[in-house]
Design a protein around this ligand. Structure first.
Ligand SMILES: [Zn+2]
Length: 102
């Protein structure tokens, strides 16, 4: 049942322009051609160098809500299992990753 690359699967891809030297990250659908998305600078095609992340936008909020009956438990349980030092490292890495994208 777990089909990969469904049309609504989303990627964060590292892309490089074929003409100018622009490189960057773009969000795109999984069926986007490897070469094709226009460069934001010169509008020439870009080439996908790597897939950094992929996820599927939640298709059914009701199903997600059902899964959360009784409360979200992953986060607090994980936080309790970690040492404060490790927790800080994870938080720092998360913040750094968020800011790098801007
Ligand atoms: Zn370009």
């Amino acid at each position: 049942m777990a089909r990969r690359a469904k049309p609504d699967q989303t990627l964060e891809a590292a892309r490089k322009c074929l003409v100018c030297d622009w490189t960057g990250r773009l969000e795109e659908l999984a069926d986007t051609p490897e070469i094709g998305v226009p460069c934001p600078e010169c509008h020439a095609p870009t080439e996908r160098l790597a897939v950094l992340r992929e996820w599927r936008p939640p298709a059914n909020p009701h199903a997600a809500a059902l899964g959360h009956l009784g409360g979200l438990k992953g986060g607090p349980a994980r936080a309790a299992a970690l040492t404060p030092k490790r927790r800080r490292e994870i938080a720092r890495a998360g913040a750094r990753a968020r800011w790098k994208r801007r």
